[in-house]
Ligand binder design. Structure first.
Ligand code: HEC
Length: 96
């Protein structure tokens, strides 16, 4: 599926822009998902290729994101936003 390829290419479809429908389904504010998406795009491909929402289960994301926030030197509010975003993408795809 191109997930192992150039993140700039595969990235758009695999990590979609948050939508109102996504926000509604996940129960998160759209602004929080947008922040999560932004932080994800800026930070999460720096040390390794992007880990896509589909690559991990929700409980694995819940373990991984706090560690990564520490690695990246980000704040709690970003942890919440990134986690909310990847979970929202999975929920919208029926992967929860
Ligand atoms: C400063 C470097 C760095 C940044 C920035 C970073 N990571 Fe990581 N990531 C790592 C390292 C190192 C590992 C190897 C496992 C570990 O350290 O726990 C890893 C592993 C992972 C894993 C696999 C964890 C597992 O349990 O299999 C995921 C998922 C992940 N990163 C997601 C992210 C996300 C999402 C972000 C953005 C918030 C991010 N990473 C930003 C360094 C980084």
């Amino acid at each position: 599926m191109g997930a192992g390829g150039d993140p700039a290419e595969g990235g758009i479809i695999e990590v979609p822009n948050p939508s109102a429908a996504m926000a509604k389904k996940s129960g998160k504010p759209l602004a929080e998902l947008q922040r999560g998406h932004e932080v994800y795009m800026l930070q999460c491909g720096q040390c390794h290729r992007y880990k896509l929402p589909q690559d991990l289960d929700i409980d694995e994301w819940q373990t991984a994101v706090p560690k990564m926030i520490g690695h990246a030197g980000l704040e709690r509010v970003d942890e919440k936003a990134v986690l909310g975003y990847v979970v929202a993408v999975k929920m919208e795809r029926g992967e929860e």
